[in-house]
Design a protein around this ligand. Structure first.
Ligand SMILES: Cc1cc2nc3c(=O)[nH]c(=O)nc-3n(C[C@H](O)[C@H](O)[C@H](O)COP(=O)(O)OP(=O)(O)OC[C@H]3O[C@@H](n4cnc5c(N)ncnc54)[C@H](O)[C@@H]3O)c2cc1C
Length: 280
């Protein structure tokens, strides 16, 4: 689904909406670790090249020393979605298309059957409660925001669970992220902050003035994304359709457009079989 999203991000990068193509470095301890990563996908090959430490121009000696501990270094072109700009853009797009919003807790899908012929379940990790999905692993993630940082390389160290991403438009740097399974605590923890700041210190030196705060979210961990469909009977015997879309773990932004495309096709196919046209 992440790869199906790429053409959409390519279009978005042409607009002023917080999406940009950036360069980033990925560090793998072994070839086997690289093979297990998403970069091993045939479609990824056009965006990456393997490099050596010598190609890391403008890196400090301390940074190069860290890089030398990794056998596979990948230089990649990735799409960065700067959330403070991207989400308002998506929201405005939704409103422009006539989208209506109501903020309401849903105790069960059946509460929606009478009014809605199609229900799209995007309730994230809380699908564990709403759909009774026992395969969901709520996975806490804490990240740190640093401001007034000099521009530097965006780096990912999967073995450490660390990424350092410079956000050019927001003029800050994100250090992420902890990965704590079966943990639903949404307040920030000092120990997590300290750990991330210490791991990243050779790339983004910490000072109390530059650390502007922590962010905490709960990922919807699952063995794979759930894009199941369910049918239900509406009052007066009409058919209803529930489309599930959750379980993206740490890739919900990356996979969003591919999943949306899949869901739209499912709705169109269902409408065609019932001889009606959805207004989308
Ligand atoms: C630290 C961290 C770093 C991440 N980094 C990345 C990254 O680099 N790239 C990437 O692609 N993804 C990343 N992710 C994952 C990404 O943020 C998620 O996959 C994405 O936000 C999931 O979006 P969602 O809308 O499906 O679910 P959510 O954002 O969880 O939204 C679900 C919504 O449903 C609502 N809801 C739930 N139950 C009910 C109910 N019963 N009634 C009414 N409303 C309900 C909730 O209130 C919430 O608003 C990261 C996540 C974390 C925590």
């Amino acid at each position: 689904m992440c790869f199906s999203s790429l053409p959409y991000f390519s279009d978005l990068a042409e607009k002023s909406c917080g999406v940009k193509k950036i360069g980033a470095f990925y560090f793998f301890k072994t070839e086997a670790d690289f093979q297990k990563s998403g970069f091993n996908h045939p479609l990824a090959k056009q965006f990456i090249k393997k490099i050596t430490v010598d190609a890391l121009e403008y890196w400090t000696l301390a940074q190069k020393q860290i890089a030398r501990a990794y056998n596979v270094i990948v230089q990649a072109e990735i799409y960065l979605a700067e959330v403070p700009y991207y989400r308002p853009y998506l929201w405005q797009d939704f409103l422009n298309m006539g989208g209506l919003f109501e903020n309401k807790h849903i105790a069960s899908f059946s509460a929606l059957y009478a009014k809605h012929p199609i229900i799209l379940n995007c309730s994230g990790w809380l699908s564990g409660k709403l759909k009774m999905d026992e395969g969901i692993v709520p996975t806490r993630g804490q990240s740190e925001i640093l401001i007034n940082m000099p521009a530097g390389p965006s780096c990912h160290f999967p073995d450490l669970g660390l990424y350092i991403i410079h956000r050019p438009q927001n003029k800050d740097c994100i250090l992420g992220a902890s990965h704590q399974e079966y943990d639903e605590e949404t307040t920030a923890r000092f120990a997590d902050s300290e750990q991330l700041l210490a791991m990243a210190q050779h790339f983004v030196p910490y000072s109390p003035e530059t650390h502007s705060g922590s962010l905490v979210g709960i990922r919807c961990g699952r063995a794979d994304v759930c894009l199941d469909t369910e049918h239900y009977s509406r009052p007066h015997g009409q058919a209803g359709l529930i489309l599930h879309n959750y379980g993206h773990s740490g890739s919900g932004f990356s996979a969003a457009w591919g999943c949306a495309e899949h869901i739209l096709n499912t709705i169109k196919a269902s409408a065609a079989s019932q001889n009606c046209t959805p207004a989308i």
